[in-house]
Each structure stands twice: as C-alpha cells, then as structure tokens.
Design a protein around this ligand. Structure first.
Ligand code: DAO
Length: 182
C-alpha cells in the first residue's frame, strides 16, 4: 500500500526558515528507539547572516541509567532541494550526550503558534518508517491553542503516528541552569 510510506509524507510547502526562527516549546513527542530528550524540551532556531539555520535545545535527560540532568544541545542544518527537509547534525555540550545526523522535516507550521516536526531514522523494507521521532512544538509554553489541535491531530494521522505521542511537561527543570544540572 502507498499508505505510511516515508517517501509519500507531505511536508510544509514554501517553508520559510526566517519565519520559523525563535523559540519553540515541545508540547508533544513521539519517541524514537532509545529515547533521549524526556521533557522540558525547548528549542531555539536561529538564521545566521549567511542564511544557514542552526538551533540550540535544552531538555531533561537521564544518562548512564540514573543520572538526571538538563542537556544542552546544538544543531546545524543542511539544506536539501525541498525547503522543509533538512539533515540535522547534533551534539551535546558534554561529550557523554547524544551525537547524530538525523532527518529533520517540518511537516506543518503556521509559524506563530504550532509546528509539527518529523524524523525517520530507519526506513523498513516495506518503505514505511521503522524508527521515527516527532515533536509537536508550540510558541506558547502552556500548550497548543484549541484551534490548532485539530490540525495537529490530522497531521499525526498522516504521519501514521496517531496515538503514539506523549505530552511533554514543562516544570522549570531546565530554566535556571546554564548547560549542565546534575
Ligand atoms: O529525544 O530521543 C530523542 C531524539 C532527539 C535527538 C535530537 C536532539 C537534539 C537537537 C534538537 C534540535 C531541535 C529539534
């Protein structure tokens, strides 16, 4: 079936990265295998003078089984022929944090209130995604506006991930910490 094939996923049309810049609060997340960012996830996107997109992100993580901390992450984005599809290189402020190179797709956004991110790490033999993660972002730390919920639900369905998201709490864990908070 054509359904749920990664190559058929529709992304944001005419994506404008300058409008995407600024702070986004993760309010929902579908986790990948070996999840990393737990909650209190806030990402800050910047467009440099050379028009390249970069980001910093904070979030609560648990590493080495039992050590809870606020991870401070950095990311650079490589553009592709499709404006809403990027390759993201990411690393942590500390060496024991995750490092990687992931797809970073913007599925939909109104730039001012909500954004839906998607990343497939492993495509299965049937062309569906075997290991994905996805963030639901809001410009407001309090969550999505009621009028945006329906759009987000529709997009979760199109990603074949409806029911696989959890709420991402914001309780100030990463707020008054520079980069590391053991
Ligand atoms: O949390 O399990 C996970 C996967 C997330 C890895 C990437 C985090 C670092 C970069 C975030 C930038 C903006 C989304």
């Amino acid at each position: 079936a054509q359904e749920c094939q990664v190559a058929n996923i529709q992304v944001m049309q005419n994506f404008t990265k300058t409008r995407y810049a600024g702070t986004w609060y993760a309010v929902g997340k579908k986790d990948p295998e070996g999840l990393f960012l737990l909650d209190n996830v806030v990402a800050q996107f910047t467009i440099d003078s050379d028009l390249k997109m970069t980001a910093t992100a904070k979030g609560r993580v648990i590493i080495l089984n039992n050590w809870e901390m606020c991870a401070h992450m950095f990311a650079t984005f490589e553009e592709t022929p499709e404006p809403a599809k990027f390759r993201m290189n990411y690393w942590g402020a500390a060496s024991y944090l995750q490092t990687g190179n992931d797809e970073h797709w913007v599925i939909d956004t109104d730039y001012d209130n909500y954004a839906i991110h998607y990343s497939c790490r492993v495509v299965d033999s049937d062309s569906t995604c075997l290991d994905s993660y996805s963030f639901i972002f809001s410009r407001h730390p309090t969550g999505l506006r009621p009028e945006d919920q329906a759009i987000v639900t529709q997009k979760k369905m199109e990603l074949c991930l409806l029911g696989k998201y959890r709420r991402v709490a914001h309780n100030g864990f990463c707020e008054n910490s520079g980069s590391i908070q053991p």
